[in-house]
Design a binder for this molecule. Structure first.
Ligand SMILES: Nc1ncnc2c1ncn2[C@@H]1O[C@H](COP(=O)(O)OP(=O)(O)OP(=O)(O)O)[C@@H](O)[C@H]1O
Length: 764
């Protein structure tokens, strides 16, 4: 969406960048790559200055940040073999052309994942590697693979067809790189263009949504390194346009996503049912997150003696991202977002929403508010998606609103701020989303709008905040109690137990009618939802569930985490607890709630302990419909009995209150009265609050005047000069103290004050 006008300092960072000419736009697949000529001698192919500038020009690439050296401190583990890491690219024994390309890319030192994966891949091992977002995983596989192939290219590559004689010709790549999104596939293709510069190897990309014609034309010019999204690749395999018979390296990027539901059939088609040979193939998997159940599944694709490399905790994130969580009801999100943008120096900002419609509607809203926005999501045409990304990259639209389609892998210079307008339900997705900022040692800010609908992710989120030494806001403090940061889930037991545990914790406490069960939420799986073995021995996944809800096909719906996503819980897990219900730590009694139990139940420590413990609302709904609680349901603390209710518990569980003066005549004989001494559970018990407690650094009644961000403040070369805001933020809604983005200054001097949360005017 084009910029409307600049009323508040936010404008296109590069306002003069022209909109793409619709007649001249070309697909990413046809971007120029180095074209080897048979007359060249290997090793001394001539330069192509224009292409070299396009591929390696500084303006297009993320440069290392101040904290690059902090990578040295991250713990690395390798399971499977003794490997000696390389400490420098010089030590890595790279092909001279690769050395030169690495230098052109300005890579001075390898990142940890590169230090280890270069020797692992060079020595011929299969690999599953997990390292933080933005830590150079793409080069970690491309550099050693291509370097090894450079010397053998003549021998290994398929002969090119004579021009115009492509009938019956099949592209036969040596390397296949699979990626889950079209944008990521084209980005990896761009990296391939860089690292194959002046070499004999020719990279190509195939991905859905774009014309297949130009992709085919490129394939028929020669394809040695193929990056693909699974759907389009399967299409080309079926049509006999591509053969995988020559594949030497299979790379599965974002492997946890690729092996999850949605891609499973395509992955089987590509790996198991194509002409790709197992014996001559080295398989490499990379991601920043790798839930245990996927690791187990991944073994089907790897040699038994594969290595497992982890840099930091699996699924962890970098401390270079300052993470801020703001309590914000849905109805206040737009308001909050505008104020948040107004209190930040304009800079490249990525806003994540949950739905495609939500993306369109927020895009339109911000545009009305004169913000230079654009959006990317699965319902936009591929042209629109590529244009949106380009506008975001070149600064014409420095605010990009995106769905999960942009969560993984995208590496865009100077994304300074990621805003989770809608928080996702899985922590791994959160890790990928916020990982679009703070790459290779740079700093970034991630702001997340949180409310009761997000409670299913709360504990994982708090764990991540604690692990990265981030501030845990008061309204999330309750989740800190039973988090043990030493409780690492990396233990890769690969056993055949298919129970879905909480990030690898093996204990799954089943849900039962006795709510004194205290573990972090698991449940008895309804019979029709049990994991099924749908084919191959290892491929155990959740199939279509009851109630017509199909949880296949979307990663956020895969049941990797122990709690079903909140909004689906009510559909298919009628008899299971809602993920809104949070249960206190082991050894604790039922902790109390600042508000009466309802569908958004949170149970906070400081609430006065009721004597009888009410069941969470929708548990009650199932177990207690139509009558008083049966005697076998004991919801009380040890040693106590269930207190009675003033009215017959009814089907509408939200109205059920359980108080001691419930007429005994309505209770079955076995139903027990509470002990005389027991205090009743009272609805009016203070401190009832419908909103979380105000923050200590909260809204000031008399805020200081709006401070224009300092002119030096800026996100680097793409910063706009600051204009006097003609549209200052509403002081009633202003953060205090002012939050700051990581400007060059603050990168050196540490962070500015975090965003505060104010409690007036419905702002929470
Ligand atoms: N050794 C290095 N020195 C400097 N920059 C590097 C180095 N290795 C990679 N980079 C740069 O770091 C950025 C991030 O790399 P890359 O996109 O491969 O990260 P990633 O680990 O795959 O991230 P994600 O998990 O988000 O996909 C890229 O711009 C890349 O060019």
């Amino acid at each position: 969406m084009a910029e409307k006008s600049n009323k508040h300092g936010w404008k296109a960072l590069n306002p003069n960048t022209p909109e793409p000419d619709p007649n001249k736009r070309e697909w990413a697949a046809v971007r120029r790559r180095y074209e080897w000529n048979e007359s060249y001698d290997e090793g001394i192919a001539p330069k192509d200055e224009e292409l070299e500038h396009e591929l390696f020009g500084e303006e297009n690439h993320v440069l290392t940040g101040h904290n690059f050296s902090k990578y040295e401190d991250i713990k690395v583990t390798v399971k499977g073999s003794d490997i000696k890491p390389v400490e420098s690219f010089d030590e890595a024994n790279l092909h001279p052309q690769m050395k030169e390309n690495v230098a052109l890319a300005r890579y001075e030192k390898p990142t940890p994942v590169q230090k280890w994966s270069i020797p692992i891949i060079t020595e011929g091992h299969d690999l599953m590697a997990c390292a933080q977002t933005g830590s150079g995983k793409t080069a970690a596989f491309l550099v050693p693979i291509l370097s090894r192939l450079f010397g053998k290219a003549k021998k290994l590559t398929a002969p090119r067809p004579p021009p115009g004689r492509t009938r019956g010709y099949k592209a036969q790549p040596l390397v296949l790189i699979l990626a889950p999104t079209r944008e990521l596939a084209t980005q990896i293709f761009d990296e391939c263009r860089r690292f194959t510069y002046r070499s004999m190897l020719r990279p190509c990309v195939v991905y859905g949504g774009a014309d297949s014609g130009p992709q085919k034309v490129e394939l028929f010019k020669g394809c040695d390194i193929l990056t693909a999204t699974p759907g389009r690749l399967c299409d080309f395999l079926d049509r006999g346009i591509i053969s995988l018979a020559r594949i030497r390296y299979l790379v599965i990027d974002e492997a946890d996503r690729m092996l999850d539901m949605g891609f499973e059939d395509d992955m089987r088609r590509i790996v198991a049912k194509s002409d790709m040979e197992d014996a001559s193939r080295q398989t490499l998997m990379f991601s920043a997150t790798f839930p245990q159940r996927i690791r187990k599944l991944a073994k089907d694709f790897l040699q038994e003696k594969h290595l497992f490399l982890t840099v930091g905790r699996v699924g962890g994130t970098t401390s270079d991202i300052t993470q801020k969580i703001i309590f914000c009801e849905d109805s206040e999100k737009r308001n909050t977002l505008v104020q948040l943008l107004l209190t930040q120096p304009p800079s490249r900002t990525l806003i994540f929403v949950e739905t495609k419609r939500g993306a369109d509607s927020l895009d339109a809203f911000l545009y009305q508010q004169h913000f230079p926005t654009t959006s990317i999501h699965g319902d936009r045409t591929q042209r629109e998606r590529e244009d949106a990304l380009l506008a975001f990259k070149n600064g014409r639209s420095p605010i990009l609103i995106a769905t999960a389609v942009a969560a993984r892998g995208l590496d865009i210079k100077n994304v300074m701020h990621v805003i989770n307008y809608d928080l996702c339900s899985e922590i791994d997705e959160y890790v990928h989303r916020i990982g679009r900022t703070a790459r290779v040692g740079n700093q970034g800010l991630a702001t997340t709008f949180y409310n009761h609908a997000n409670e299913s992710i709360a504990k994982d989120l708090v764990r991540l905040l604690l692990e990265c030494e981030q501030e845990v806001p008061d309204f999330l403090q309750q989740y800190t109690a039973d988090i043990n940061l030493n409780d690492d889930d990396d233990d890769d037991t690969y056993n055949d137990n298919t129970s879905y545990s909480n990030h690898g914790q093996q204990t799954t406490t089943s849900w039962d009618n006795n709510n004194t069960t205290q573990s972090q939420g698991s449940w008895n799986v309804p019979a029709s939802n049990t994991p099924t073995n749908n084919g191959s021995s290892q491929f155990k996944s959740w199939e279509t569930t009851n109630n017509g809800n199909n949880y296949g096909g979307q990663s956020q719906n895969s049941w990797g985490s122990p709690q079903p996503p909140a909004n689906q819980a009510q559909d298919s897990w009628g008899s299971a607890p809602s993920s809104h219900n949070t249960y206190p730590a082991s050894g604790q009694n039922w902790s109390s709630s600042p508000q009466p139990p309802n569908n958004n139940n949170t149970y906070q420590q400081n609430y006065q302990q009721p004597s009888a413990i009410p069941p969470p609302a929708n548990q009650a709904q199932d177990s207690w419909a139509g009558g008083p609680p049966p005697s076998n349901n004991n919801f009380s603390m040890p040693g106590q009995t269930w207190s009675s209710s003033p009215q017959q518990p009814n089907n509408n569980s939200n109205n059920n209150t359980y108080q001691p003066n419930y007429p005994q005549t309505q209770a079955p004989a076995s139903y027990q009265q509470p002990p005389q001494s027991a205090a009743p559970y009272q609805q009016s018990q203070p401190p009832y609050q419908s909103q979380p407690p105000p923050q200590t650094n909260s809204y000031q009644q008399t805020p200081p005047p709006y401070q224009q961000p300092s002119p030096q403040g800026g996100a680097g070369p793409y910063m706009t000069p600051q204009a006097t805001p003609q549209y200052p933020p509403n002081p009633q809604l202003q953060y205090s103290p002012q939050p700051t983005l990581p400007t060059q200054q603050s990168q050196q001097s540490g962070w500015g004050a975090p965003p505060a949360v104010q409690n007036g005017n419905g702002w929470q």
